[in-house]
Design a protein around this ligand. Sequence first.
Ligand SMILES: [Zn+2]
Length: 160
Amino acid sequence: MSAEPNAAASAEANAATGAQGSAAPSRPMPEWLGPDAGEFYEGTRHREFRVPRCPDCRRVVWYPRAHCPYCGALELTWETLPDPVGGTVYTFTVVRRHAHPFFAARVPYVVAWVDIDDGPRVLTEVACADVDALRVGDRVVLDWEPQEAFNLHTFVRVPS
Ligand SMILES: [Zn+2]
């Protein structure tokens, strides 16, 4: 038996687990979402949560789009939410199993819809010491997870 099949099997096993030597698996990142979301991602590089707001009806438009879906205005203006950015858990789930090696190493973790104060409802991860203690209506605060191209918005539960 040559070494090649073993090497191929090893590479296949690494691909299946996401392992590359001793390096930890990396987080899968969203792809750059184009010109409508560019200002948002640029803001994350400065740890600023930027949202588009309609200058006519004053509503925050989320997800970012080129126009206002509420009144039809064709121009939106970007603003930065004041720091610290707080929010309230609208609903959530606790992920206890995951096939991807990065997320499998994080279980159990919380994925939630969070209502940002004077901002949009966003899908995000909420860090909390005890996932089983989290409740709808709990307060959270924005945190940033550093990434190569931009920072990823996450939230942390505020102890009550
Ligand atoms: Zn509008």
